[in-house]
Design a protein around this ligand. Sequence first.
Ligand SMILES: Nc1nc2c(ncn2[C@@H]2O[C@H](COP(=O)(O)OP(=O)(O)O)[C@@H](O)[C@H]2O)c(=O)[nH]1
Ligand SMILES: Nc1ncnc2c1ncn2[C@@H]1O[C@H](COP(=O)(O)OP(=O)(O)O)[C@@H](O)[C@H]1O
Length: 386
Amino acid sequence: MGEGHEFSPEGLEANFPVGLDLDSDGGQTATTIGEKEYVIGGSDDGAVSIGVRILDKSTGKWEIPMVLGMEPAPCRGHSAVLLNNDKILVLKSDSAPDDCIWFLEVDTPFVKTKKKILESEVVAWSKGVKGDGSKPVVISGPSGVGKGTLINRLMDEYPSSFGFSVSHTTRAPRQKEKDGVHYHFTERSIMEKDIKDGKFLEFANVHGNLYGTSIEAVEVVTDSGKRCILDIDVQGARSVKASSLEVISIFICPPSFEELEKRLRGRGTETEEQIQKRLRNALAELEQGKSSGLFDHILVNDNFETCYANLKKILDRDGSINAVCPPSESIKLPVGHSVSVMDQKVLIRCGKDEHGKASNSLFVLDTSSLKGGAPWRTRGLKCVRH
Ligand SMILES: Nc1nc2c(ncn2[C@@H]2O[C@H](COP(=O)(O)OP(=O)(O)O)[C@@H](O)[C@H]2O)c(=O)[nH]1
Ligand SMILES: Nc1ncnc2c1ncn2[C@@H]1O[C@H](COP(=O)(O)OP(=O)(O)O)[C@@H](O)[C@H]1O
């Protein structure tokens, strides 16, 4: 978070408008943006859900949107606050402290892109997580250049800082590859259906097989408090960039085409035919990777140790390489809480404590410097208790 965002509590309550239509008891909230009313939650057969419906006020018609990302678990109540006209802050009552703050993105750049691709009404859940976090890292480069070797080394050296986004692929596993660790090996028809259902952040046809990053693969890493590493091809890197998701992108080049061929053959994991296909594709990948301005950094993997040291330098510059998220300053909201909002500061009055006793607890959430968003999770929240 940048400087100058500290929030002063003086005169807090006097400055906040009180009694906005933020009801935490009813199990259902309605938030209006233009002609659309986003209704979150409600009772289904007595169980309170956190489902989403949209009422088009001009036609009176209801629509059930495609909901991307992991949904919050049902809760006994929640409050909803519209932020920046593109996302709804959802504060869950009576939930675990690390499951209390969520964002329903309804018109963020990420959601807008997905609406176009999926040709459907789309919303996306993004969990509010502790710390400022660092940008996920996209690593691309031709087959055999050394991406996997670099990533493995980084994860071995910093196991608590980095987590690998396990992609799905339709290619057959190599001898030492494990399902769920190196890839989720899957059938094309299943993967194509999941793509249609909006479960993938990006996907591409590479060397004759389908590869893709599921939203869940990224969420699993981010929820563990680690910085996510994606090993994806140039098309995938382009899709991620087009989704307006903030990443740091690095393209790995070989010192020469001959050396690339030598490494690919030396690895001994592909048939001659597959090697030929990968080498043909490498020419186009190298051209795109180097020329399109798509990547923030280009590294030549000649001497491995030098390349690895340069990779670490880049990552350290963008956020400490050793960074582990600090403990969350999390809140547990009772069912009877109330919420007011002014500018991008949200005042939460607890009313009761979690055991139902009267409480004067006040929290202010400063949402002015949010970072990330679905599916990277939403960071940069400042929570101050008074
Ligand atoms: N777009 C996209 N590309 C991926 C994904 N996972 C892997 N790839 C790319 O697919 C290509 C082939 O990967 P793989 O079959 O493991 O072969 P390797 O690159 O030679 O190790 C590489 O360029 C990977 O970066 C993914 O989820 N999405
Ligand atoms: N700098 C390097 N010099 C020589 N060999 C390398 C270097 N980096 C990686 N390799 C070797 O090249 C082969 C391909 O590396 P790998 O990490 O599997 O590539 P990728 O994941 O990009 O397909 C492996 O056998 C690896 O040990």
